[in-house]
Design a protein around this ligand. Structure first.
Ligand SMILES: [Zn+2]
Length: 318
């Protein structure tokens, strides 16, 4: 089984995470983007959490240029120096819920032989419902078709062209092939691994707005924890091999994964949520339940509200 780990991920039998991980910059290059902006810039002088940085909604006030030199040494009211804070109006805030994988390229296969895409779609739809019920009426469910690699480009293009204010990719977790064990489910030879469980949240330092991405990831992870869920610890461990990741917050379970195409090529804050393991037989049953979908959807919705609403409530329309 160890040899399987050396194969290109596209040919691994589980297809685990195959369309979110890796990919050269050439393949993922946005046709309209000559040079990717890959650095965390210092232009974020307003606040580390700025949900509507890329928003072009009507709620965002126009910037006014003040030529300070022309005003001379006269003391200006402090308001003149106040940075312009883009507002977050829930009714205009565009969050894209990206349903991980496609019907054709289904991602992981659960212990009971249900595709990850089915889990992702069900959960993302529930999150969409909750967000819209909370006033985030511009929430978009992004369901992509086609082969894994090409679907990544389509996801990124859809989010960038909208443009979205926030991008959240929904996935369910599995394990590298070397951890798989055999069992029989409903008369069919199947695979499982009960060794790991839990959610995990990924961000990429290559996202042009890493600070905001990380802030949103922290909010989601904290809400997951507040709902009584535990995060998947294994990604920080050497046994994960090439899947080992840097743990950015050991309290909540936010990991760094720079190479994820949907996180580094999107031009807005972007986060990937592995909601839970479907290769773990016990957790798969939980992830299949409407109750768990409600818990996770409530957590995500609370995170989006925490991200957006304080600014709106405190600042109001200018
Ligand atoms: Zn996935």
């Amino acid at each position: 089984m160890a040899a399987m780990m050396l194969l290109p991920i596209e040919v691994s039998d589980a297809g685990w995470l195959s369309d979110v991980f890796k990919g050269s910059s050439k393949q993922a290059k946005s046709p309209r983007q000559g040079k990717p902006s890959t650095h965390v810039t210092s232009r974020k002088h307003v606040a580390s959490r700025k949900p509507a940085t890329s928003a072009r909604s009507a709620a965002s006030p126009k910037r006014r240029t003040v030529k300070l030199a022309a005003l001379g040494p006269v003391a200006l009211p402090s308001a003149a120096f106040k940075p312009v804070v883009p507002l977050c109006d829930p009714s205009k805030f565009r969050i894209v819920l990206d349903v991980g994988h496609t019907a054709e390229s289904e991602g992981a296969i659960s212990a009971r032989n249900v595709s990850e895409f089915v889990f992702n779609l069900r959960l993302a739809k529930r999150i969409e419902e909750k967000l819209k019920a909370e006033g985030f009426t511009e929430t978009r469910l992004l369901v992509t078709e086609g082969k894994a690699r090409h679907s990544l480009v389509k996801r990124v293009a859809a989010a960038n062209n909208l443009p979205a204010d926030l991008f959240l990719s929904i996935h369910h977790d599995s394990v590298p092939n070397k951890f798989l064990e055999d069992w029989e489910f409903e008369g069919k030879k199947s695979h499982f691994s009960d060794r790991f469980s839990g959610y995990s949240v990924f961000v990429s330092r290559s996202n042009p707005d890493f600070k905001t991405s990380f802030a949103f990831a922290e909010l989601i992870a904290k809400e997951m924890k507040a709902q009584g869920l535990d995060y998947a610890r294994q990604y920080s461990q050497p046994i994960m091999g090439r899947y080992q990741r840097e743990l950015l917050n050991k309290e909540t379970g936010v990991y760094r994964y720079d190479e994820l195409i949907v996180l580094r090529k999107t031009r807005m804050a972007a986060v990937l949520l592995e909601a839970g393991s479907i290769i773990n037989r016990d957790e798969e049953l939980k992830m299949s339940s409407p109750e768990r979908r409600d818990i996770i959807s409530s957590g995500v919705t609370a995170a989006v509200k925490a991200f957006c609403e304080p600014r709106w409530a405190v600042l109001g329309p200018l």
